[in-house]
Write a protein that binds this ligand. Structure first.
Ligand SMILES: *Cc1c(COP(=O)(O)O)cnc(C)c1O
Length: 373
């Protein structure tokens, strides 16, 4: 039986990308690689609708690019405001502490989103704050943080907005300069629809003036110089870069507005179905990349789904056993329907809902109303 992945990383890899991944490797110090890499860079600029060359790829998981953001744009003893509303907000906090920054923690209850008013208060109070670190989509809780609103607050101050977009880049239409983002971090195995091992960091002109030279492997300066010429300082994740050409092309062919709309509808449809089936959405303002669902039986639901070949994610830390999480990243709307159908079967088996078809009906209605079907 084929196991289907609905986990918020890694996500299933589209057929077109898999084809490229199955090819023999090429050498990276060649014209062929250079040409492809420069093409990937052009596609990436189109994805963000920015002309700037200020971005670099690293052979690392997403956390590598997060560490790079800390190391290249902040110095020891500098104050940063960390929006900590989950496992990944916590990671910013750990990274900032590890590298000698002075994080001010804005603790957001898990499942809730940051309040821009609170951010404003904290920035007013700490006038020497040099950055705000957040997740656009907090994957551990399924919450969306109001990034544009917070971007507005950073724009008028000497504060860089550092946005972890690891489950947002490739789902939301993000134009960093319009959102007020100064440093944007992405990762391959989430919304970019690739296997793990490639991360990306984009930065604004304002951030460029703050570039430091503290990192060795994760040096933005060193990489940028090479990457603008179609090369990399160290051995790149060759296959992933070649595959990224395919996934970026797919996103651009659909158009980011439509990509975002597809995810928005699938998210809305899934959450509506979940409610109809007697379960409770967990996040107050849900990210459209991942839906978290509250249930005291979360682990039983997750395990039975897995037995039937559908893998969703559980809760982490304090949310273990309390929620399960469904990824919508790169999902085809009809696969989302299958997931809801399987959830119905499982809920019936567990005696949690007496009926069949109600969730599927709710799901398909949302997609019809949204004009997708
Ligand atoms: C997955 C994830 C990360 C970490 O990525 P790794 O690739 O596991 O290092 C960071 N932030 C968010 C929001 C994520 O979803």
């Amino acid at each position: 039986m084929k196991e289907r992945l609905f986990t918020p990383g890694p996500v299933e890899i589209p057929e077109r990308v898999r084809k490229v991944l199955g090819e023999q490797i090429i050498h990276h110090r060649t014209e062929e690689f250079k040409r492809s890499f420069l093409e990937v860079r052009e596609l990436f600029k189109r994805l963000l609708e920015e002309d700037s060359e200020n971005f670099v790829f690293f052979a690392s998981s997403g956390t590598g690019a997060m560490e790079s953001a800390i190391l290249n744009f902040f110095g020891q003893g500098e104050k940063v405001l960390v929006i900590n509303g989950g496992k990944f907000g916590e990671r910013w906090l750990h990274l900032a502490k590890h590298w000698g920054l002075e994080p001010i923690e804005y603790k957001v209850e898990w499942g809730k989103s940051a309040d821009p008013e609170e951010v404003k208060k904290l920035l007013d109070k700490h006038a020497d704050c040099r950055g705000v670190l957040l997740q656009i989509s907090e994957t551990s809780t399924g919450a969306y943080h109001p990034t544009k609103e917070i971007g507005e607050l950073c724009r008028d101050r000497e504060v860089l907005l550092v946005a972890d977009a690891i489950t947002a880049l490739g789902v939301y239409r993000i134009v960093p300069s319009q959102w007020g983002i100064d440093v944007l971090v992405g990762g391959s195995q989430k919304a970019l629809l690739l296997p793990p091992g490639l991360s990306v960091l984009w930065f604004s002109q304002r951030a460029e003036r703050r570039l430091k030279d503290r990192a060795f492997y994760f040096s933005v300066k060193k990489e940028l110089k090479k990457q603008m010429e179609g090369q990399t300082a160290w051995t790149p994740a060759i296959s992933l870069i070649l595959a990224l050409k395919e996934s970026l092309s797919m996103l651009l062919e659909e158009g980011m507005e439509r990509v975002e709309n597809r995810h928005r509808l699938i998210s809305k449809a899934t959450l509506r179905a979940v409610e109809v089936l007697g379960l409770k959405p967990f996040a107050e303002k849900p990210s459209i990349s991942v839906s978290s669902v509250f249930s005291p039986m979360a682990e039983d639901i997750r395990r039975l789904l897995l037995k039937y070949g559908v893998r969703v994610a559980g809760g982490q830390d304090g949310l273990k056993g309390k929620i399960f999480r469904i990824s919508h990243m790169g999902v085809d709307p009809k696969d989302g329907l299958m997931l809801v159908g399987m959830l119905e079967v499982v809920l019936k088996r567990l005696g949690l809902f007496d009926g069949l078809g109600e969730g599927v009906k709710a799901y398909s209605e949302v997609l019809t109303e949204g004009g997708l079907w």
